[in-house]
Design a protein around this ligand. Structure first.
Ligand SMILES: [Zn+2]
Length: 591
């Protein structure tokens, strides 16, 4: 993965795996290693180890292991290039800007940079308007009325777009080409095409940042009764509605830490929830969650509580989002807030009226989506056969999308009970839908294998680390085919290839070529406390393998002789047996 001389390779050389992992896991020195509680599986006693010299980690519990990059990839749920960047940043290594290969790419990058700059300036303009103009102060009063104090306004960068129609335009026009201003989406052209004007007028503005905190769009709410109530930036080269989750730049850290996210509909909801002290909240900024948004979220957690508005549109959005989340293997709970008086409560209103604590309590009690959906189904008329069929038709698409067979089965029982439907009938329908589903349940590979024998373990360790003679050892093993048929044959094969290569190949790269089970054995061996190997020890291990090989062939010859004592090739077989016996004596006694 980290090619010699590449940036990734340089980062790996300079990064200290103990320090990087130490930012995520509390590590304690223990012998030559550092140990801690594994972040990848729940445990009470540490089985997670980091080796400072070999720069690898390994969990003796769940079997996860690798180098600093694989740790960050797993932890941040990000691809390799991003992991390299994260590690580089943590270690203070400047990240080179990606090379622009073509003039078009160069132009595109310049355009993106300029668009980001326009958004930065626009943000300064909007926040200034809220502070210092009469109109802005009226907007501020409105915000305060909605419970947003100065601190919150500053923290979330809330601003104001004035009513004039060209105040922002006048600000930006001297610096940017007209084409660029139109591309940014903050400036529009009127229908005749003759005149430019500010897209957002007389509106409260909420900056929308991408994952790395750069403002790429604005969401704006009308101050009065102007329609539409909400107006957002259009799709631009730096902003696509379906790629961005509002508040993700700030929420990603708390989401990762707590391993779940709260999903709300609008920015006001996200702000209200975040201000209640719940930082792991994001808003989809639209009525439905899009697939790229789910993938973005999935890099940080696979657990989500959906808290959309309780109106009909919100319910429909919840159900559409559920479908997608389930398809992407999320564990989903749904919070449907109770009405306040006769008002249906969104998170913003609920927290304002009932307080943060009441909200947190409900959040903790949020039922799994199964119960939410069954509750919804039970609101249908179940007194007739058709009614039941409708309820079932409503639930079935969700069931179909559950990849896990056990969960599907659990559902069937609950639906049957709750809707009073004959369970066998329901199961038949369920099985039919299950077989129509493509891609079956993944069974996790059997990770726990028999531990390799001591001789194999020693040889593997020497092949990996005995700088003085590992090449010689690899040659001897290769020539005599001594490792064939061993339980760890594949580990040997990979190490021999590495040992015979002219380039040094790090353990993690060898590990990457192995199956999960074999990599696990390999890493466990690397983490064993062991004395310095010597060539003498290597030779005695080789002898043992040689004897094993002869004994195996001998047993085979003996079996053939016994199976057919009067066969044609008996003479040759007996000769071979003699020869092997002699070899075995020459190979010495096991010692
Ligand atoms: Zn683990």
């Amino acid at each position: 993965m980290a090619e010699a001389g590449s940036f990734a390779d340089r980062v790996k050389q300079q990064a200290d795996i103990v320090r990087v992992i130490g930012e995520y896991v509390r590590l304690k020195k223990s012998g030559q290693n550092f140990t801690g509680l594994c972040p990848f599986h729940g445990e009470k006693t540490p089985s997670f180890a980091v080796h400072p010299v070999k720069q690898i980690f390994h969990c003796f519990g769940c079997g996860k292991g690798g180098d600093v990059f694989s740790f960050v990839m797993e932890m941040e749920k990000c691809p390799f290039p991003d992991a390299v960047k994260v590690v580089a940043e943590k270690c203070g290594i400047p990240v080179p800007r990606p090379k622009e290969r073509t003039p078009e790419e160069r132009k595109e990058n310049q355009q993106r940079a300029a668009l980001i700059e326009i958004h930065r300036e626009t943000q300064v303009f909007f926040t200034g308007q809220l502070e210092s103009t009469a109109e802005g102060r009226a907007a501020r009063a409105y915000l305060e009325d909605r419970g947003l104090n100065g601190e919150a306004i500053a923290k979330f960068g809330i601003g104001y777009a004035p009513s004039g129609g060209d105040a922002l335009l006048r600000q930006l026009k001297p610096k940017y080409a007209e084409k660029l201003l139109l591309e940014s989406g903050v400036i529009s052209r009127d229908q005749s095409g003759a005149r430019l004007f500010d897209r957002f007028r007389k509106r409260i503005t909420f900056p929308i940042a991408n994952e790395s905190g750069k403002i790429v769009a604005f969401g704006c709410r009308a101050l009065g009764d102007d329609l539409p109530k909400y107006l957002n930036s259009p799709e631009t080269p730096i902003y696509s509605k379906s790629n961005v989750l509002y508040h993700m730049d700030r929420a990603k850290e708390p989401i990762r830490r707590q391993d779940f996210a709260i999903l709300v509909e609008g920015y006001m909801d996200a702000i209200a929830v975040a201000r209640a002290g719940i930082g792991n909240v994001v808003a989809s900024c639209g009525t439905s969650l899009a697939e790229p948004q789910i993938k973005l979220l999935g890099r940080f957690t696979k657990r989500v509580i959906v808290n959309y508005d309780p109106d009909v549109a919100g319910q429909a959005a919840t159900e559409r989002s559920l479908t997608l989340l389930l398809e992407h293997d999320f564990e989903v709970r749904v919070l449907a807030l109770p009405a306040i008086g006769d008002k249906k409560a969104d998170p913003d209103l609920f927290i304002r009226e009932k307080g943060a604590e009441a909200y947190i309590k409900l959040l903790k009690e949020a039922p799994p989506y199964v119960d939410y959906l069954i509750t919804r189904a039970r609101q249908m008329d179940l007194s007739t056969g058709e009614g039941k069929q409708r309820a079932l038709n409503f639930l079935m698409p969700y069931v179909q999308r559950i990849p896990n067979r056990l969960l599907r089965s659990e559902w069937a029982t609950r639906i049957a009970q709750q809707l009073r439907i004959d369970e066998p009938v329901l199961r038949a329908a369920l099985n039919k839908s299950a077989t129509e589903r493509r891609g079956e349940v993944k069974v996790s590979p059997q990770l726990v294998g028999k531990p390799a024998k001591q001789i194999e373990r020693r040889l593997i360790r020497m092949l990996a680390e005995a700088e003085g003679f590992k090449r010689e050892l690899a040659q001897r093993l290769q020539r005599g085919r001594l490792y064939e048929g061993l339980e760890t044959e594949k580990v040997f094969a990979a190490l021999i290839v590495a040992g015979l290569s002219d380039e040094p190949i790090p353990a993690t790269e060898i590990g990457a070529q192995l199956d999960e089970r074999e990599r696990r054995v390999f890493f466990e061996i690397l983490f064993e406390d062991a004395q310095e190997p010597t060539w003498e020890e290597a030779e005695s291990c080789l002898d043992a393998l040689r004897r094993r090989q002869i004994e195996q062939e001998l047993a085979k010859v003996q079996k053939t002789i016994e199976a057919n004592p009067s066969g044609a090739g008996l003479r040759e077989l007996l000769e071979r047996k003699q020869e092997l016996m002699k070899q075995l004596t020459a190979a010495g006694q096991p010692g």
